[in-house]
Design a protein around this ligand. Structure first.
Ligand SMILES: Cc1cc2nc3c(=O)[nH]c(=O)nc-3n(C[C@H](O)[C@H](O)[C@H](O)COP(=O)(O)O)c2cc1C
Length: 181
């Protein structure tokens, strides 16, 4: 039997109790049910310095982040939209990744918005993932009006959004298996 694929979640907020942290948890649980091994980078516990800050090139968290990425077959990027684009936390995370870590691997994209739905953050993350030679799956999810998006159990209210999330999880696992070297 072949080794399970490994999926890594990267959150665009420091706090995994955030909306993006919860959405990553939902997706990673679904990937696990589909047979994947899953990991998540915890920016709150292990913050990454800004690229180029003093000491950043030798930072232990950066080294562990890059190792986790190298050991993964696929990535889920989940970012809040800030001023029409991905958060600084997400952009800085991607700036620490190079094609030697991510080339030929699968990316799935999620964005959350305080306001109405938009594809800006998804499109911007798609461009960055392409720059590090990732294969971004066409399934993607923007979760609008984020304060009203969850019920009291932390589940997504809107069935259409739930279906899009399930389709994304399935596509991540299936396409990672196809592309794995
Ligand atoms: C600095 C900042 C900028 C924001 N800009 C936008 C925006 O351009 N469009 C929007 O719909 N929401 C915007 N928001 C709301 C966030 O997208 C929202 O709080 C986030 O998606 C919630 O996710 P989280 O719980 O993971 O932080 C902004 C919030 C902050 C703090």
């Amino acid at each position: 039997m072949s080794k399970p694929i490994r999926v890594m979640g990267i959150c665009g907020t420091y706090d995994l109790q955030s909306a993006n942290g919860r959405i990553l948890e939902i997706i990673l649980d679904q990937c696990r049910e589909l047979g994947a091994e899953v990991t998540i980078w915890d920016h709150g516990a292990n913050p990454l310095p800004l690229v180029g800050a003093q000491g950043s090139w030798e930072d232990e968290n950066v080294s562990q982040f890059q190792t986790m990425a190298t050991d993964s077959d696929a990535y889920i990027l989940s970012s809040p939209e800030y001023h029409g684009t991905m958060s600084g936390v997400m952009k800085n995370s991607l700036d620490w990744l190079y094609s030697k870590h991510t080339s030929g691997k699968v990316f799935g994209l999620v964005s959350t918005l305080g306001g109405q739905s938009s594809n800006n953050t998804l499109n911007h993350m798609r461009i960055a993932a392409r720059w590090i030679h990732g294969w971004v799956i066409p399934e993607q999810v923007a979760v609008a009006n984020i304060k009203k998006a969850f019920d009291e159990n932390g589940e997504i209210n809107d069935e259409a959004v739930r279906n899009r999330i399930s389709a994304l999880s399935k596509s991540i696992v299936e396409n990672s298996k196809k592309l794995r070297r």
